[in-house]
Design a binder for this molecule. Structure first.
Ligand SMILES: Nc1nc2c(c(=O)[nH]1)N[C@H]1C(S)=C(S)[C@@H](COP(=O)(O)O)O[C@H]1N2
Ligand SMILES: [Mo]
Length: 349
């Protein structure tokens, strides 16, 4: 793993090591804002409270005894690929590897909300993590802040999972032990780790991690407004060749990678080897599920003449959305899905 920061742990998978539909747990990126909390499963409780008829308090064993569901979900950090932004921006300098695909097993949040009974005026739920600290840079709230994000009640009821296991293993501490949220189709920041409270609220939440952080400008009549980042944008990424890789002139090379979107399947992946002048279809992997990535590959006939060459890939999803060529400046340092070149060096074999 590439260590982007050691404390708190921010680890990236070298994306060139993509190998198979599921990301092994020890290769799955880690993104944490505060030190990993030390949680004793014997005393840990998950509380569901706020605008509910019957607040719930569940122990780890009680949660584990409930009906479970397993679902494959791809999770990408909203800042993935940030290192390629020009001019440089602040934040963890991820290349392509702050993304992974895993099979998550857990309890449906919708079931728990039904059991607690949301009041008529309920509109959102806040997911709060046990991790906390003070935020260094203004603007920021004073004192101690817990990592927290909200979801609309509709999304919370539809498909959100409270996951206890990842690829068949109990969650590791880094990935949110004992329980984390999995929010299909949304960027990773919504998948709150080390859950301790779920608070049903009657007014929209404007917490730090969906206003100052993890938000973007949406243009509109009367001026742009700041909105929380939610859905992943359609994106394809090249695993091999890697940036700067040397490839043999005149040979064949298997260009491959993954592509993903939100609430849609990947319908097409195209590759350009001439700086976006012409595009050719890549072959898509058999496995195609909503909210998981689709692997793709392309059998490239490498030119005979040694030179530098720029590869670019572009995905289209089943809802007709295609990756843009240009960066949208309203997105700040997040949601980076415009086409990015991978420069390779063709050398005589
Ligand atoms: N409690 C808590 N949950 C969190 C975070 C965090 O710092 N604290 N980081 C979020 C972000 S920005 C991402 S991208 C994902 C990363 O999950 P992972 O570390 O399991 O890959 O967790 C999200 N959930
Ligand atoms: Mo993230």
């Amino acid at each position: 793993m590439i260590i982007r920061q050691s404390e708190p742990a921010n680890l990236e998978m070298p994306f060139g090591e993509l190998d198979g539909f599921f990301t092994p747990n020890d290769k799955f990126y880690v993104r944490s804002h505060f030190a990993t909390p030390e949680i004793d499963p014997a005393t840990w409780r998950l509380r569901i409270e706020g605008a509910v008829e019957r607040p719930l308090e569940l122990s780890y064993d009680e949660l584990r005894a409930r009906p479970m569901r397993t679902v494959a979900v791809t999770m990408e950090c909203a800042g993935n690929s940030r290192i390629f932004l020009q001019p440089k921006v602040k934040g963890v300098q991820w290349e392509m590897g702050a993304v992974g695909n895993a099979e998550w097993t857990g309890v449906s949040l919708g079931d728990l909300l039904r059991e607690a009974g949301c009041l008529a005026g309920a509109c959102e739920v806040i997911l709060e993590g046990a991790d906390h600290g003070s935020i260094a840079e203004p603007p920021r709230p004073a004192g101690n802040v817990h990592y927290a994000r909200s979801l609309s009640l509709g999304k919370a009821r539809r498909d959100v999972l409270l996951a206890l296991a990842m690829n068949g293993e109990p969650l590791t501490r880094a990935h949110g032990f004992p329980v984390r949220a999995i929010v299909p189709g949304w960027y990773g920041m919504a998948a709150v780790k080390w859950l301790r409270r779920i608070i049903v609220i009657e007014e929209p939440f404007h917490g730090y991690y969906q206003t100052v952080d993890y938000s973007y400008w949406e243009p509109g009549d009367g001026g742009a407004r700041l909105v929380p980042i939610t859905e992943m944008q359609v994106k394809a990424a090249i695993a091999r060749p890697t940036q700067g890789e040397v490839v043999a002139a005149g040979g064949r090379y298997r260009v491959h990678g993954a592509a993903w979107s939100s609430d849609a399947e990947i319908a097409r992946v195209e590759l350009s080897t001439d700086g976006a002048a012409t595009w050719a279809d890549a072959s898509l992997g058999e496995k195609s599920l909503p909210n998981t990535w689709r692997l793709w590959d392309y059998d490239w006939q490498v030119p005979d003449r040694p030179r530098r060459c720029s590869l670019m890939v572009r995905a289209t999803d089943s809802r007709g959305r295609t990756q843009p060529m240009e960066r949208d400046p309203n997105r700040g340092s997040y949601m980076i899905n415009h086409c990015l070149p991978v420069e390779v060096e063709i050398r005589a074999g």
